[in-house]
Design a binder for this molecule. Sequence first.
Ligand code: URA
Length: 195
Amino acid sequence: MKPEERIKEIERTRSGIKRACARSAGFSDAVPVFGHGPVPCGVMVVGEAPGRDETRLGIHFVGKAGQFLISVLRDVFGREREGYYITNVVKVWPVVRTKRGRTRKPTPEEEDFFAPFLEREIKAVDPAVIIAVGKTAFSALVPDAEFAPGRWAKHNGRPVMPVYHPSYLLRRQKSLDESVAAMKAALAEAKKRLA
Ligand code: URA
């Protein structure tokens, strides 16, 4: 695929997500947050789902945990957020409808609903490495493997590097320094795969 065709395919995928949400029973009033970044791109970052902040701004990983992840990525890859193609398995905020809205885990049905769109993004972006952020992202990409941060896996022949989700790490402040060092080591391995 030529670069222009890849960009077109990402645009078509966005329209597909909008249409699928509008027609669905569950997401017709949801605001999808699309993947963003250069196309093609050597590094694709896949998270779980957007939260409140991401939905408000239409950009992935902008909340507290997201900013932390971006800073760790920057330390290793030396790139700002614009240097990666960043997306999520689920494209809408999985929310419990309380007054303010409370984030919940996406359901397997929600993951399945968006899976074809993630696949299209991967093909169009054609990354040399995929960083799977957290267990949900990893399991969506490599369903039969155990989630082992730092250990290479494959999705349709493409290298996948799993790392812990930043919100999980931030909840474990005591071991944060150690976890960040391990995450940086895993990301440094991923960086080696770039041409
Ligand atoms: N957590 C994710 O997995 N993705 C985001 O975009 C934000 C938080």
